[in-house]
Design a binder for this molecule. Structure first.
Ligand code: DGJ
Length: 726
């Protein structure tokens, strides 16, 4: 054989025998700045190769790191599979191979990708789905499972998403809390093994923890630097976020429904869709991720997120259950006089046979308590209208007190187990939303209240307990474990019906404080109540944590009495206003208990809020000084066109010598614009350390490089500074 011929033969053989030189199939999910890349390997398995900053187009072929995209029990080498299914014939393993993928534009910069996988033997299908929001830099990931096996397949694990990272170190920030103490944050370095953040509460599932996290890659997450992943699960039921550092120091992030005690019998032909997991990523720290989620939330994740939210006065802490028509009419008049736009009537207005005069009776009986309100709700709506404000009402439609006519009539409509004592929490039980009749009833509660009283502009939808004794009289014995999922499906169906009939009514998502805050529920809600703790000092921390993922426009924050009812803390009215005005302003004080000075101060504060609420509600949030690491804390909002900004700063501890001089290095401004500084919500006749800067103008560059400098001395001292581009 000649040399030439042998060379030719070698080349042909190489091409035939070594298929790796042939380009692998690549699936890329990209936003403007971030990218998730999968490849199909020579065994037809889908592998994740990359998640991070967008890489140059065409460079994907060179990516080396590879790991099962959606690890399955039995065939993937992982500690924690994304999927565990027992097939119709009893086979406990699943092996997924690639079938096809497609990408299509949904308009507005949203690209949908689906990657179809199937078991290598069984007619069992798993589709990985993604929405990539180009401008907002958010990726939604979820999974769709179906099969055509002869009998049902039992799903034991069914994650929404699995991500894989190969770094030196991983730092996890988790968000945790308790009633009246929500959304704290803490960071830890992940070590070998599994760390799970989770809730098994089913309903009010965020009472102890929130399905949100940051992951610092290689270094702790910083505000303005470093590679960070942020994630939050859009699901109001039980959830689980698992972080597994494996034997090779790789990290697996597995997110979705908490499937504990929740195995799901998937019938032939049935389509099981997991909730959406939302991710954002930045090479410049958590600040970017927050702004990405806020922009995304206002556009896609919150009901009418483009509209400005109204101020309101709520009578909960003003009266609790002790009110009547006369008291409420007076509050309505005072609320209007102070400048609020809406009066919200809280718990205690209903119940006939079992009047709701405290929390042990009446839930479920949504007819007006005529002893308290002889002329009904309609009268109060008119009263509000006469005073030029709107009217809102509290409902807790998913719940029932055993001391109610509803429970007497339908004892089988509640979540409980037969042959067990009923387990009360706040004297109440959860209505079983798995049952379509219960769904109709719950929908009817809201629909009837709104239809019978057409002037109602606002509903506070409360939900005050979590699941125990997780039994449903509606579900069959072999499907009791479906309760966790069927409840949420029932809830969504009620949400849908309410919104179809009442798109214009503002609805607040409340759950004994912040027990239910997630981007699936918020699609139907205008705003949320994050905590029953209205202490402004505690709120600084609670709101700091919450706004890492959810925008201030939807975060209702109320000025309440001093001493605070929950903590007994005494704080200045200005401080309480300055904290509440950094989000969506409201009040929970009986105006009758306020002095004339306090009313006058409030009136002015509310008036001033209207001059900058657009910036707070629609602007971008920049955090300047964290309350976790500084005695003085600060953050600011900047309007999209960078013409306007507003800075909030609070001193948490008294400083005796020299005052606290921490510099506020502003952010997000246009360096070339010149901004005029004005202090807002000033205390009358009080000298201010800010006076030297009052009315002066500086360039954005100066304000970001040199900052604003003025001392603060007293605990609970606060300042709001308005910046206006000239
Ligand atoms: C819990 C809520 O979080 C409170 O604001 C108040 O509405 C009470 N429920 C009423 O029972």
């Amino acid at each position: 054989m000649t040399r030439k011929l042998s060379l030719l033969l070698t080349l042909v053989l190489t091409l035939l025998i070594v298929p790796s030189v042939v380009a692998e199939k690549v699936v890329t999910i990209s936003t403007q700045d971030i990218q998730l890349v999968y490849k199909v390997d020579k065994n037809n398995k889908l592998r994740q190769c990359y998640f991070g900053e967008a890489i140059a187009s065409g460079a994907e072929q060179a990516l080396m790191t590879k790991h099962d995209a959606y690890p399955t029990f039995g065939t993937s080498y992982v500690n924690e599979p994304a999927l565990r299914a027992v097939h119709a014939d009893g086979n406990t393993s699943t092996e997924l191979v690639y079938v096809s993928h497609k990408t299509e534009s949904k308009g507005d910069g949203i690209e949908y990708t689906e990657i179809a996988l199937k078991d290598s033997y069984f007619p069992f299908n798993v589709t990985l789905c993604f929405n990539a929001y180009a401008k907002e830099n958010v990726i939604e990931a979820w999974t769709v499972i179906s099969h055509s096996e002869k009998k049902p397949v039992m799903l034991y694990n069914y994650a929404s998403s699995h991500l894989f990272f190969q770094e030196e170190k991983y730092y996890l920030t988790q968000f945790y809390g308790e009633w009246a103490d929500e959304m704290h944050m803490t960071e830890m370095q992940l070590t070998r093994g599994i760390k799970s953040l989770e809730s098994k509460l089913g309903v009010r599932s965020n009472q102890h923890a929130h399905a949100c996290f940051f992951l610092g890659l290689d270094a702790p997450a910083q505000e303005n630097a470093g590679r960070v992943l942020g994630g939050t699960l859009a699901w109001p039921g039980s959830w689980k976020l698992t972080f597994d550092v494996d034997n090779l120091d790789n990290l697996h992030v597995i997110c979705g429904i908490n499937s504990f005690a929740g195995q799901y019998q998937l019938a032939k032909g049935e389509v099981f869709e997991t909730p959406k997991m939302l991710y954002s990523y930045s090479n410049n720290g958590t600040g970017d991720i927050t702004r990405n989620f806020h922009r995304w939330g206002k556009k896609y994740g919150i009901w009418r997120g483009d509209r400005t939210r109204t101020t309101l006065l709520n009578n909960w802490e003003a009266t609790y259950f002790n009110f009547n028509e006369e008291i409420l009419s007076k509050i309505i008049a005072d609320a209007s006089d102070m400048g609020f736009e809406l009066f919200l009537l809280d718990d205690g207005w209903f119940g006939e046979k079992y009047p709701r005069n405290n929390d042990d009776a009446g839930l479920g009986d949504w007819m007006v308590n005529r002893a308290k309100l002889p002329n009904g709700i309609g009268y109060l709506v008119e009263e509000a209208t006469r005073n030029g404000i709107k009217f809102g009402i509290w409902l807790e439609p998913e719940m029932v007190n055993p001391r109610s006519e509803l429970y007497e009539k339908h004892p089988d409509w509640v979540i409980t187990q037969p042959n067990r004592e009923i387990d009360l929490s706040r004297n109440q039980l959860i209505l079983d939303l798995c049952n379509p009749k219960v769904q109709d009833y719950v929908f009817g509660v809201i629909d009837n209240t709104l239809t019978e009283n057409p002037g109602i502009a606002y509903v506070k939808w409360d939900c005050n307990r979590f699941v125990t004794n997780s039994g449903s009289f509606y579900l069959s014995a072999d499907k009791q474990s479906h309760l966790w999922i069927e409840y949420v499906r029932g809830l969504y169906s009620v949400f849908e019906r309410v919104r179809a009939n009442h798109p214009e009514v503002s609805i607040m998502l409340c759950s004994g404080g912040g027990g239910r805050i997630d981007y699936a529920s918020l699609r139907y809600f205008d705003e949320f109540w994050i905590s029953d703790n209205t202490d402004a000092y505690n709120r600084i921390f609670i709101q700091w944590g919450t706004t890492q993922f959810f925008p201030a426009m939807a975060l209702a924050s109320h000025v309440s009495a001093s001493p605070c009812h929950q903590t007994g803390r005494v704080t200045p009215l200005k401080f309480r206003f300055d904290v509440a005005m950094s989000a969506k302003l409201g009040m929970d004080i009986q105006p009758m208990n306020m002095t004339e000075e306090e009313k006058a101060f409030s009136k002015n504060a509310i008036k001033e809020y209207y001059t900058f609420r657009e910036i707070v509600q629609h602007g971008d949030l920049y955090r300047l000084l964290s309350p976790y690491t500084n005695p003085r804390t600060a953050m600011m909002y900047v309007s999209e066109d960078k013409q306007d900004a507003v800075v909030f700063t609070y001193l948490l501890e008294k400083v005796i010598n020299g005052g606290n001089n921490q510099v506020l290095y502003l952010k997000g401004l246009d360096p070339n614009k010149t901004y005029r500084l004005n202090e807002l919500n000033k205390e009358p006749n009080k000298w201010s350390w800010f006076n030297e800067l009052e009315g002066k103008s500086f360039t954005g560059e100066y304000l970001m490089k040199y900052g604003i400098r003025f001392p603060m001395y007293n605990q609970y001292e606060s300042k709001i500074i308005r910046l206006t581009a000239e």
